[in-house]
Structures are given as C-alpha cells and as structure tokens.
Ligand binder design. Structure first.
Ligand SMILES: *[C@@H]1O[C@H](CO)[C@@H](O)[C@H](O)[C@H]1NC(C)=O
Ligand SMILES: *[C@@H]1O[C@H](CO)[C@@H](O)[C@H](O)[C@H]1NC(C)=O
Ligand SMILES: *[C@@H]1O[C@H](CO)[C@@H](O)[C@H](O)[C@H]1NC(C)=O
Ligand SMILES: *[C@@H]1O[C@H](CO)[C@@H](O)[C@H](O)[C@H]1NC(C)=O
Ligand SMILES: *[C@@H]1O[C@H](CO)[C@@H](O)[C@H](O)[C@H]1NC(C)=O
Length: 285
C-alpha cells in the first residue's frame, strides 16, 4: 500500500525515532541554528543602535541641521475667522464682530505689558539683538525682547476693547512668520508693512493708520534663534487700522513686507512676504 508508505515517510520526516531527528535535523543541529540567528540579530540591533547614537550626536537641539536657503517668510493676519481670508461683519450686529474682538484678545494676551516685562528684556531698539554662540560654547538660553501690547496703541485693545470694529474702523494685526537666523534689514533699515487695495478697489480703502508708526518690525527682534534656544520669543506685530473704508462693498486688500534684505517672493510662492484678504463692513443706513 503505497499510501500508507507515504504517510509513514512523512511522519518519519517530522520525527524520526531511529536517528532522533526532528524535521531532518538533530537537536544539536537545531540548537546551533538558533544560536546563530540569535547572535546575528543581536549584532544587527547593536549596529543600528550604534549608528543612531552617532547620528544623533551630530544633531544640535537648538538649530536645524538643514534649512531651506530661500527665506522669504509668509505673513498672516489676525483675527483669523476661519481658513478663508475674509473679515465680514455688520456694524449694528454685535454678534457679527464680537468674535473678531475676542480672537484679537486671545491672540494679544501673551503681549500684555505685565507678561512681557516678566519674561523679556528691554532691548536697544533699531539694532539686531545678536546672541551668537562662541565656538562650542552655547550661549543658551537666549533672551528675547519685550513687545508690549501697548505699542499697538489704538489697536492694542487696551483703550478700545473692540478694536474699532464697533464703529467701522477695524484693526487687523499682521505678523511675519519666523525664520531662524533671518536678518531682514541692511544698513539699519527696519522692514515695514504696507497695505493697499487691489486695483479695482483702490478708491474704497480710505486712510489707514499703522502701529507701531510706519508699520515697522523693529530690528531688535531679529535674529530669531529657534524655539528651543529662545523660549520666550515674542514675534513683533504690526497693526493696521482702516479709518474710512467704504461700507457695504467688498474691498480686496493686500499687505506686503518691504525690506532691503529679504528676497522678493518668487513666482512659485505667491504667499511669500505678502497676505491678501477681503474686508467687508456692512451697515444699515
Ligand atoms: C491681558 O490683559 C487683559 C486686559 O488688558 C486681560 O483681560 C487679560 O486677562 C490679560 N491676559 C493675561 C494672560 O494676563
Ligand atoms: C513695557 O511695559 C512695561 C510696563 O508698562 C514698561 O516698564 C517697559 O518699559 C515697557 N517696555 C518697552 C520695551 O517699552
Ligand atoms: C522666560 O520667562 C520666564 C518667566 O515666564 C523667566 O523666568 C525666564 O527667565 C525667561 N527665560 C528667558 C531665557 O528669557
Ligand atoms: C516714518 O517714516 C518717515 C518717512 O519715511 C520718517 O520721516 C519717520 O521718521 C518715520 N517714523 C518713525 C517713527 O520711524
Ligand atoms: C472717506 O471716504 C469718502 C469716499 O469714500 C470721502 O468722500 C470722504 O471725504 C472720506 N473722509 C475722510 C475723513 O477722509
């Protein structure tokens, strides 16, 4: 009976009592195989750990090893209602602008004078606050300069807690995204923000007021050394107050940074150094 014989062969292959072999190998042969693989994997794990360790030693916690050389920072505006860049409200409907005032309150509260005084230094204005490391000696943690909320005057929310929204003269606040190591102005010239209407809306935008004066980002807030090195860093802000914007119409506005040491936003990155948004103030006459 061939069938029985096949079954016998198969059983014998699993366990052969005669030669005391399991799956064709003796216990010591199996033992050696296991030992070999065990040592092999321990060796691999060791190699991996050693390589990781050596690589991590070369990283600096305080600054990125690689950073894109194109450093035109993006700009953002506050209040940010949602992802759409529009601020639309009705003067007579408190609930339509109250959220903007609240968003600005939240955004500005870390800039309260008391907090800034506690966390940051009074720096010398109009020059870079350089705190470089000397060779291998790290100059950490690095200090940061005070940006008092009251610098924003009429747009600080201190005197006018609704930021002008209630009388059709709203404030928006602009910040420049952080770029580590950026020195935005040459020859002591601070970068400044200007806002204007898109062509078709140029007669609707009206007068604007900038805070601080001329819409400048003071040089003392640069260079920025990164979140880990400069823990208390407060980004400088510029506020724009629209004094006489045409109501009941869309006004498309673009604000941009003017600086003599920031590369102009190249074509492929339209958002570099500028921000656009729509402002519409409705009112019932
Ligand atoms: C900042 O000041 C405002 C009043 O000017 C106050 O309502 C707010 O609670 C303060 N925020 C913090 C975080 O201290
Ligand atoms: C910030 O405000 C505090 C308290 O009002 C003041 O002592 C400090 O000098 C101000 N700092 C700057 C840089 O203006
Ligand atoms: C950061 O702020 C805290 C207070 O909130 C202060 O004790 C600390 O010295 C500051 N650190 C630096 C590096 O400025
Ligand atoms: C604002 O700019 C004008 C001219 O560009 C200049 O004369 C004035 O001193 C500047 N004001 C401030 C506070 O920087
Ligand atoms: C406000 O703008 C209107 C045109 O939109 C103009 O007629 C008026 O003179 C401006 N008022 C002031 C105070 O500039």
């Amino acid at each position: 009976m061939a069938k029985d014989g096949d079954q016998g062969d198969w059983k014998e292959y699993i366990w052969n009592p005669r030669t005391r072999e399991f799956m064709g190998r003796t216990a010591s042969s199996w033992g050696l195989i296991f030992l070999f693989y065990l040592l092999f994997y321990i060796f691999l794990a060791g190699m991996f750990t050693l390589t990781m360790y050596v690589m991590l030693q070369t990283l600096d916690d305080h600054k990125p090893t690689w950073q894109d050389r194109l450093t035109t920072p993006g700009m953002v505006i506050r209040p940010k209602a949602d992802e759409s860049f529009e601020i639309v409200y009705n003067i007579q409907k408190t609930e339509s602008w109250d959220m903007y005032a609240q968003a600005l309150d939240n955004f500005l509260s870390p800039y309260n004078n008391s907090i800034q005084t506690q966390k940051n230094d009074e720096c010398t204005p109009d020059r870079y606050f350089v705190q470089d490391d000397s060779g291998d000696v790290k100059n950490n943690p690095k200090r940061s300069c005070q940006f008092n909320r009251t610098i924003l005057e009429d747009c600080s929310g201190v005197g006018d807690r609704y930021y002008g929204y209630q009388d059709g003269q709203p404030c928006i606040i602009i910040k420049l995204n952080r770029v580590i190591g950026m020195l935005p102005g040459k020859d002591g010239q601070a970068p400044y923000v200007t806002c204007g209407a898109k062509k078709e809306d140029s007669d609707k935008i009206g007068e604007m007021l900038y805070f601080p004066p001329n819409g400048t980002f003071n040089l003392m807030y640069y260079p920025y050394y990164g979140k880990k090195a400069q823990v208390n860093y407060s980004q400088p802000l510029v506020a724009v107050k629209f004094l006489n914007i045409t109501v009941n119409q869309d006004v498309n506005i673009e604000c941009k940074i003017n600086a003599n040491n920031i590369p102009i936003g190249v074509e492929r990155d339209k958002f570099a150094g500028r921000v656009s948004f729509r402002l519409r103030i409705n009112t019932v006459n």
